[in-house]
Every structure is written in C-alpha cells, then in structure tokens.
Design a binder for this molecule. Structure first.
Ligand code: SF4
Length: 340
C-alpha cells in the first residue's frame, strides 16, 4: 500500500500563542485515513435531510453514530434521540442508526404507523443479507451461523436480529471459537461485525476454518474498508510514537480497536480521548513524538481542536501520513432520494 507524507507544518506563528522558542518541541504524526467513514457521513446526512424535509422534531433510535459531539449537533438542529420506539409519538418520523436494527424494529414501526428512515450503513446491510442467504436454504441447505463480534454492541444485536432466535451463535473471542460445539459441524457459516480488530478476527476465522473445514463465509471477514484502512494507518505510525492518541468515543468499537492496534504496534502508550476537554495533559510529559488518529464516528473538527490546543502548549511539527486515499460515498436511502 503506497504511503504519502504530507508537508511538515509548524505552528510558530499561531496567533496568541507564546513565542515558539518558549515551548517544548513536539512531533505530531497524523494518521490518514482517520475519522468519518462513508457510513457515518451518510447516517448524519439522513438525519439532516429528514429535518430539512419534514421539519423538527425527527426522532432517532439510538445514537445515530457513537459520538456525543455528533449527537449534540443534531439535537441542536431538532433531532430527538430515544432508545426504543415506544418513546416515539404516533405519526412521527424516526431514523434507525448506522449500526442497523433487528427485523423486529421496522416491524414495530410499521405496526405503530411511524414513518421510518433506515440509516443502517450499506456495509452492515450487506452482512445482514449474507446471514439471511446462509440461513435461507431451509431444510438440509440451512446453515447455523457463527457471528464473530462483541456481545451487546448494537450492530451485533441488529445482525443477530435478522434471523429467528437460535439461528446465530455469537463468538466473542478466540477462546469461544476454540470451544464452541455446534449441533451440526458440517452445516455452518460465519459472519463478522464490521468494526473488529483485523488481526484478532483473522485468528478467530483461522480457528473456525481449521475446526470446521466446510464452514462457509466471506473470503476473509466482513470488516469494512474504513475499519481496515484506519487500523493499517495506525500500525504504520505507532512504533515511532511515545504516545498515541485516538480521538473517539469510549463506546465506539472501531475507536477502541484503534487504541488497541496502536498499543500492540508498539506505541509506548495509547489513549482513547473523546475530545480535547477530556485530555489529561500530564500524559504528555516526556512525549517527543505523538501519534494521532480518530475513529470512524469522530468528526475531524475534534482532531483540529486537539491540534489547536497542542499548538498552544508545544512547538508542534506536524507530519500527516496517508496510507490510502478514500473516495467512497453512499447514496441516501429512499425516500430521501426523491426530489421534493
Ligand atoms: S465503520 Fe464501516 S460499517 Fe461502520 S458505518 Fe463506517 S463504513 Fe459502515
């Protein structure tokens, strides 16, 4: 994968900052790609477009993406976030989050005459269809599905909820992959959550394939392009860093994985920091090279705020290392594609 290094910049002319010579030098390695993926961008546009077309309030079931800054920004525009549909009044518009929902949720929305818009990322929907395809054969062709993912994550709940109870067994880690005892080991398929660690998942898939040679599944796993690219970018930089900061929410799976990847790739230390106000600046003691990335649900504005604060405290030299350019865009779902 080709790597591109963006020009070195200095902040010595930052307005209002101390003269550069009074500040300790720090090298900042910025990983690219970082931050918003196409699925997150689309989910936010769904809420914004719904507000534009239908007016406030528009209800959103669950955090549209796992980031408080994004959620608060949409609340300010008139979105109301709820956890369950029974909190939504009759005839209201409701958006389902990017993580996807079990089939019971749109069914309940129809039963209650709610007007729903599905912001499920198309790459999550693709996994839903895979699960259905493996199960659909019925009778002898039907496969039991092993889903590699983290218990309780909304994407896992949504994907498992595409099929009847008992059709999917969740595999949380390598230990469970090594011990699972399916009823019919010759009739299995696997799927994965989209935001897992690429390396951990490869290990789990290897275990499943060696225990169950006829298991069906994707060629490698279902981890999405954005998760993969962000992990590769962090891996490239981590070993050079005294500290690696991942900007992202603590409940964001892909942000947590980035922090782990940084640590495993030999960054001396790695932190997950939701926003600049949460930074414990004592962590910067002795740091000469700082690495930085952002989870797929973290807006670039949070990265820029962190850089601005760093610039006030250090004589910052910034290098941006981009391992892959991304130009993926997802269309809005029906009916938001209709002209009004
Ligand atoms: S992280 Fe991947 S699967 Fe999740 S919303 Fe982004 S593109 Fe879609």
């Amino acid at each position: 994968m080709s790597e591109q290094t963006r020009p070195v910049t200095s902040n010595s002319a930052t307005p209002g900052a101390d003269p550069a010579h009074s500040k300790r030098p720090m090298r900042l390695l910025l990983a690219g790609p970082r931050g918003f993926c196409a699925g997150v961008d689309r989910a936010i546009r769904v809420v914004e477009e719904a507000l534009r077309r239908y007016g406030a309030p528009v209800y959103v079931r669950h955090e549209i993406v796992h980031n408080r800054t994004v959620v608060e920004g949409l609340e300010a525009k008139g979105a109301i976030f709820v956890e369950e549909l029974d909190e939504v009044p009759p005839d209201a518009h409701v958006v389902f989050s990017a993580h996807g929902v079990p089939k019971s949720v749109p069914a309940e929305a129809r039963r209650r005459n709610l007007i729903y818009l599905d912001a499920t990322c198309p790459l999550v929907s693709k996994v839903h269809r895979e699960a259905e395809r493996h199960f659909a054969g019925g009778g002898e062709d039907q496969r039991h599905i092993l889903m590699i993912g983290h218990a309780g994550h909304p994407e896992v709940v949504g994907t498992m909820g595409q099929l009847p109870p008992g059709a999917v067994t969740l595999i949380n880690d390598a230990k469970e992959a090594a011990s699972v005892q399916p009823e019919n080991p010759d009739k299995l398929a696997f799927i994965t959550q989209t935001t897992l660690s690429v390396d951990d998942t490869a290990e789990i898939v290897d275990i499943l394939r060696s225990r169950f040679p006829s298991i069906e599944g994707p060629r490698r796993e279902d981890i999405c392009y954005a998760t993969t690219n962000r992990q590769i970018a962090v891996k490239e930089l981590a070993a050079e860093c005294d500290l690696f900061v991942v900007i992202g929410a603590t409940n964001s799976s892909n942000s947590q994985r980035l922090r782990e990847v940084a640590e495993r790739s030999l960054a001396k230390r790695a932190l997950l920091v939701p926003k600049v106000a949460d930074m414990d600046w004592s962590e910067m003691e002795g740091v000469e090279t700082l690495g930085m990335s952002a989870g797929a649900s973290a807006p670039e504005s949070l990265v820029q705020e962190m850089i601005k604060e760093l610039s006030m405290r250090f004589d910052l030299r910034i290098e941006e290392r981009i391992v892959k350019e991304e130009n993926i865009n997802f269309r809005l779902p029906y009916p938001l594609t209709e002209t009004v």
